[in-house]
Design a protein around this ligand. Sequence first.
Ligand code: MLT
Ligand code: ZN
Length: 465
Amino acid sequence: MTVLAPIDELKTLVEPGKVLTDPTSLDTYGKDWTKHYPPAPTAIVFPKTIEQVQAIVLWANRHRIALVPSGGRTGLSAAAVAANGEVVVAFDYMNQVLDVNTVDRTVVCQPGVITEQLQHLAEEQGLYYPVDFASAGSSQIGGNIGTNAGGIKVIRYGMTRNWVAGLKVVTGKGDILELNKDLIKNATGYDLRQLFIGAEGTLGFVVEATMRLDRAPRNLTAMVLGTTDFDSIMPVLHAFQNKLDLTAFEFFSDKALAKILGRGDVPAPFETPCPFYVLLEFEAVTEEVLDDALGTFEHCIEQGWVLDGVMSQSEQQLQNLWKLREFISETIAHWTPYKNDISVTVSKVPAFLKDIDAIVGEKYPDFEVVWYGHIGDGNLHLNILKPENLSKDEFFAQCAVVNKWVFEIVQKYNGSISAEHGVGMTKRDYLEYSRSEAEIAYMKAVKAVFDPNGIMNPGKIFAVQ
Ligand code: MLT
Ligand code: ZN
């Protein structure tokens, strides 16, 4: 009997040509959008069916070879980085929409379906897939589920978790499980579907997902307002929330705006310079709603919270206002930012902001700090830009020193060290600032149940046991 080397055996499990080992593919598929760890996978495998994924997982168990899932690779926590000779399982060829049910308002997706593809499909049906973020054009549904992706509409629609009706998964042991069967009501014990959402591929692979859709929003209208200072942002939120159902409430600093305007392809919202800006959005369904919005804007000016503002009057203007916020991440990527993605409950944001802002001013006096984020749901993105004269490694090392102070404040406010970007490798050493020792022990025990041989994305969320 001929005994095949593991990688040759792997090649027999998928279609011809669907295992790649050339340097370009290893580099491309071995990383996400983070720049912390150099990619070093052994091979990339592209399954086309659930049975092939199962065969790959069983093969990995037999040979004790670590697997890393790869979707759109837009992650920001190195959860999809293969830095230690792992085999990357890429879902690019499992990218079909399998069913659309307009009565249940659900879409059955393979994991490689691109977020935007689902959004467009929903639109064609007169419906709406509400989870949205700047990388929707390349991120995949499987990856969104793995990280419980959030984005710009969470204040109204919640995270990806809210939109997952059912899942098919291949566990780390190689079992195929069908979780929740797309039911709205299902009181039959543990909801294992929820465990796989946000698990970063550490328990198994999502191989099919039924996603829910909502009714399409009507006449979305955005305002961009310039606030007097950091402290004025939350009173503005509360004033608008008292009058309107907001679909978004985002913020960004003058530094973020300067970078966006520096691109030359996005118009300024208005001339008045302001230290911070908020972008809020609502459905302008009646004249009364518009009057409420304008009345609240005037109230915010009278209170001294807002210095200037603009409201979209057309779809084009709505898109242009959104570019001010949505282009930030991509634009500042040029400065290799050190990214923090922290959150607290909304009521704690004002005090939390004061403490964080003070520590940032004290610990990062020489670095350019860019603030933006989903402040309406309590999620702030704190980005430190790399000065040109520092190497990436030196810069990241200096930022890591400051983490302790930032995360101690997060802990003091019972917040999260990763609101929506996941833990991956970049935040795993700080998990105890958000999760208790006992909780982490339970999490590890859960992993051991689904993945007894530790082959599913090891070293992500927590260090290898
Ligand atoms: C965003 O809100 O723009 C995304 O989470 C990406 C980022 O934080 O850079
Ligand atoms: Zn974000």
